[in-house]
Write a protein that binds this ligand. Structure first.
Ligand code: HEM
Length: 944
């Protein structure tokens, strides 16, 4: 009697299954953690202070006392201090005092951890993670006890509304490690020092700093090369172990197949059984039919439901006759038919049926496709049976017509069982493939990464780089705004860092020395621009000046624009347009203040809107002779342009991950590419119409009166003229690319800078007053500021320069790219590396600028900006060609506004100076200010 066999997985199979499930996450875990941590085992930039001692486990048994006295210039509502490493049990005693006795709202602070000192809003204090262990005494002194080994920032908080110079006296009793028993020591007293440490034997390293020098600048670079090698070895070992496990399990798999395929089918009872019997070697020639005594395979793995049906199984001994061929009753049955699977006749009879007779099965009357002699097909029950669907059919169908059998046995489940059994077999056959492939694939990736990293290392000395993740590289470290994120990294890893943004290498330079190397020594190498999606879809396949790769095409366009727009001659010719636009700006403001009558009062003005109008109109008039902005402009064409350019700037200014991750690019993540193409279609149509209109006017003017002799030709007219002589280069597309580039590069940049400048002046009324006094002295009140007055307005020009220092419109310049391998500050930089110059960080570097975050136009008095410490317009070959034009517009416009109106911020709050990411890093909120015409200027203003 045979029980039903529903193929439960045998224990070894279950173990195999569990392994399969466990192996994938295990491998992922190993790979990910290794990927994250290789080359990174702890801080690679360790902070130390005088007499501090850090890292490992020996006893903190010594005490070192030291003190330091420093002057700090602390801005209003901000804090300043120094980082130190302090061990548990150390104590700090601080005394602070402002130079001016009236500025007494000061607090000493000790901040634990990574958090730095920051600028605060009035009334806001440093919160939560500041540990004031004992309350300050007298508001001038405080004592702190360190409760945990960590990095601490010690400093003072200035809650006065003015910046002040503060004397800070710090006395520290530092708990330090006893290094007298150290096996190896190295001292930095005579320069750099190097300790060679063997990874597994080195348990503790103590970094000690001598008790000399002042606070600040105590950092040590630690290299973990030995650990990287150890990780590699470990990973190799893990891989070998995994391979061995896989191999072992593969052997199990074979065994399991042997177990699970030992099939016995009871012919007489018309039930089948699949036994799990001990593994047995099978020979290739072993017949499917066993010796006569064995049961014949004539049934299915059908459930033996005797108990349920009340029937009894019949033994082979009882019904031996039934093993005989049902046709000749002479020979044994040894063939089965395909597809029905009945095994009821001998080989000769089967042959006869197929060749001579009806070709139907004598049992079920179904058409036979072929028959099989069991001796040939069932050579090896190991593995062969599992993969052979024919055999599975044999085992499952041999009871005769399924419907008859089902009826006979009252078994309704049978077909489903057969299906289930079949799918179980199939799964067992293939279930190793996926996890195994996943594991091997992941291991391969990690190896490639490690080896490429090692290879890069060996290849050369790359700049410092934070730990990166596979595929995305350092993208996980970045946040908006990008220049601030990169500045934070530069603070930790130095002014020259090497990053990977997905598939691209990126060099970030944040020091004047680094910039000099890029734009002086490697000027041509870094004159290239990277190819981006924005270049491709929004800039005529990177044909606009700003996106063009370095080469002849770029040189030709640059020469054209320099000659026709930016040369001294051209600037002089277009003076009329600029002065006229400034006059219109002032006139419209005056009208808004007076409301058409004599009322002269403070009115709220959205200055962003006005600056955008001014700059676009100037550029538009120089390029096409048109005005598209202002309340007097009503043409549909102008509205269309305003909408288009706004959308364009938004799309161009938004970061695009698809540029760095090819997979995202491939699926057009976020539909960015689609949106770009759609917008560019509209923009192209608009520009083509503009060009066609000019072409029509141009040919009319050639036929009729010669208007060009009376005025300076617009840029479009110049290019149309050039099209006649050099049509191959000055194609319509190239002309449209120039128009677009000039409009985009030349308008929002100046508008944004003027908005920042006015915001700064409103927050610093004393500077506003100083600028006005300069204008009154040098220009007077009988006429509006003109371009010819600009050389006399030095302070105002310094205001613009200081604005560009604090709020550069392109804080990372436009990305450059190295066209070949080169070296920057001794580091090897591969070709094709993107270059970001973080001028925002350079412009605020305390090592370069005195009190760098303070708005102080006076700092430029009597000195010329030297070197590369201040490059708001870029440097080298790709530096901004429009700098001269922009400065003229900005100084003249601001001069006229300051000369004609009184300006105040709304309320007592400072104007919000937070920037947001965009094409030109504008203010988060548009600047709205109160404006009133100056009494002394009423005469001029009413006659504009
Ligand atoms: C406040 C005003 C402006 C600022 C701060 C500014 C800044 C910049 C910066 C930082 C660059 C990139 C330089 C580099 O990658 O090294 C640039 C490029 C450029 N700027 Fe300006 N710009 C201003 C106004 C203008 C104006 C008024 C025009 C023209 C009408 C203009 C046209 C260009 C062009 C064509 C480029 C691309 C140069 C090239 O790749 O060859 N800019 N500008």
């Amino acid at each position: 009697m045979y029980r039903t066999y529903r193929m439960p997985p045998p224990p070894s199979l279950r173990c195999q299954h569990t392994w399969a499930l466990l192996l994938a996450p295990l491998t992922i875990w190993i790979c990910v953690s290794t990927g994250i941590r290789y080359r990174y085992y702890g801080d690679s930039s360790l902070v130390l202070g005088p007499s501090s001692s850090r890292l490992m486990k020996p006893e903190l048994s010594s005490i070192a006392n030291w003190s330091s006295s420093n002057f700090l210039v602390v801005g209003a509502y901000s804090s300043k201090g120094f980082p130190l490493w302090l061990n548990k049990g150390s104590t700090i005693r601080m005394r602070w005092e402002a130079h001016s006795r009236t500025l007494n709202q000061l607090e000493g602070v000790v901040i634990k951890g990574e958090r730095k000192f920051e600028t605060l809003q009035p009334k806001q204090t440093l919160s939560s993670d500041a540990v004031a262990i004992s309350e300050p005494i007298n508001g001038k002194e405080a004592e702190y006890v360190i409760e945990e080994d960590d990095r601490y920032h010690i400093g003072v908080l200035n809650m006065n509304s003015r910046s002040t110079i503060i004397t800070v006296q710090v006395n520290v009793s530092a708990m330090v490690y006893d290094t007298t028993r150290a096996k190896k020591m190295c001292s930095t007293a005579k320069g750099s020092c190097r300790l060679s440490l063997l990874f597994p034997q080195t348990h503790y390293i103590i970094l000690s700093a001598p008790n000399n020098g002042g606070l600040g600048g105590w950092f040590v670079q630690v290299s973990f090369m030995a650990r990287l090698l150890a990780y590699l070895a470990l990973l190799g070992f893990v891989v070998i172990v995994i391979c061995l496990i896989l191999k072992y399990l593969g052997a199990c798999d074979r065994d399991n197949q042997i177990h699970s395929t030992t099939v016995t089918v009871d012919t007489y009872s018309r039930t089948s059984r699949v036994d799990v019997v001990p593994a047995r070697e099978a020979t290739e020639t072993e017949p499917m039919m066993q010796a006569k005594s064995s049961r014949m395979t004539y049934g299915t793995n059908e459930e033996d439901d005797d108990d349920e049906s009340g029937g009894s199984s019949i033994s082979s001994e009882d019904l031996y006759d039934e093993k005989l061929c049902v046709i000749c009753y002479d020979e044994q049955r040894n063939c089965f038919f395909v597809p029905c699977g009945h095994c009821a006749i001998c080989y000769d009879c089967a042959k006869r049926i197929m060749e001579v007779e009806s070709k139907v099965c004598p049992i079920c009357r179904r058409l036979i496709h072929k028959f099989r002699n069991e001796r040939l097909t069932f050579q090896s029950p190991i593995g062969y049976v599992i993969g052979d669907r024919g055999i599975v059919q044999l085992m499952t169908c041999d009871l005769g017509p399924p419907d008859v059998i089902n009826r006979q046995r009252g078994n309704k489940e049978r077909p489903a069982r057969q299906e289930e059994a079949r799918s179980t077999w199939e799964w067992q056959e293939g279930h190793w493939v996926l996890p195994m492939a996943t594991c091997l694939f992941l291991i391969l990736i990690v190896f490639v990464l490690l080896i490429s990293k090692l290879f890069l290392k060996r290849q050369g000395n790359h700049p410092p780089s934070p730990p990166s993740l596979p595929v995305i590289g350092h993208l996980y470290l970045l946040k908006e705004p990008l220049h601030r994120s990169l500045h934070k990294l530069a603070e930790k890893y130095g002014p020259i860092i090497f990053l990977r943004f997905g598939a691209r290498n990126v060099l970030v330079v944040s020091s004047p020395a680094g910039v000099e190397e890029c734009f002086m020594k490697n000027d041509i190498t870094f004159a290239d621009r990277p190819l981006t999606l924005a270049g491709k879809h929004l800039n005529y396949n990177s044909k606009t000046v700003g996106f063009l790769s370095y080469g002849d095409h770029w040189r030709k366009l640059r020469r054209l624009t320099t000659l026709e727009l930016f040369s001294v001659n051209s600037l002089a010719v277009f003076t009329g347009i600029r002065e006229d636009e400034v006059r219109l700006l002032v006139k419209h403001l005056f009208q808004d203040c007076c409301g058409g009558g004599v009322r002269v009062e403070m009115v709220e003005i959205d200055l962003r809107e006005r600056f955008v109008e001014l700059s676009f109109n100037i550029m538009l008039r120089m390029i096409s002779g048109k005005r598209y902005y202002g309340k007097d402009v009503v043409a549909q064409e102008a509205k269309e342009f305003q909408i288009l350019i706004k959308e364009y700037a938004e799309l161009l200014g938004s970061g695009n991950l698809n540029d760095f991750l090819p997979l995202l690019h491939w699926v057009d993540f976020g539909g960015v590419e689609k949106r770009m193409m759609k917008l560019m279609n509209k923009m192209n149509r608009f520009l083509q119409n503009l060009l066609d209109e000019h072409k029509r006017n141009w040919s009319m003017s050639l036929n009729g009166s010669n208007i060009h002799s009376q005025r300076k030709m617009t840029l479009i007219e110049v290019m149309l003229q050039l099209q006649e002589t050099d049509p191959e280069f000055y194609t319509d597309e190239n002309i449209k690319a120039v128009i677009l580039a000039m409009l985009v590069a030349g308008s929002e940049t100046s508008a944004t800078t003027m908005e920042w400048a006015m915001s700064l002046l409103l927050n610093h009324p004393e500077s506003l007053q100083k600028a006005r006094a300069e204008i009154d002295t040098n220009v007077g009140q009988e006429q509006l500021v003109k371009e010819s007055d600009l050389p006399k307005l030095n302070y105002l020009e310094n205001v613009i320069t200081e604005t560009l220092r604090l709020f550069p419109v392109a804080p990372l310049l436009l990305p450059h790219q190295s066209s070949k391998d080169c070296t920057v500050c001794g580091f090897n930089i591969p070709g094709g590396t993107m270059l970001f110059v973080n001028l925002w960080a350079m412009h605020r570097d305390a090592k370069v600028w005195f009190d760098p975050t303070r708005f102080m136009p006076e700092r430029y008095e009597g000195i010329e900006a030297e070197g590369y410490k201040m490059i708001p317009f870029g440097a080298g070959r790709r530096a901004c060609p429009g700098a001269g034009l922009a400065k003229r517009v900005m100084v003249q416009a601001l001069g006229a506004l300051i000369q004609s109106f009184e300006w105040k911020k709304i309320g007592h709050e400072q104007v919000n100076m937070m920037e947001r990411t965009g094409l030109t890093t504008p203010k988060v909120e548009p600047l709205v200010a109160l404006c009133k015409p100056r009494q002394v200027m009423l005469n001029i203003l009413s006659n504009l």
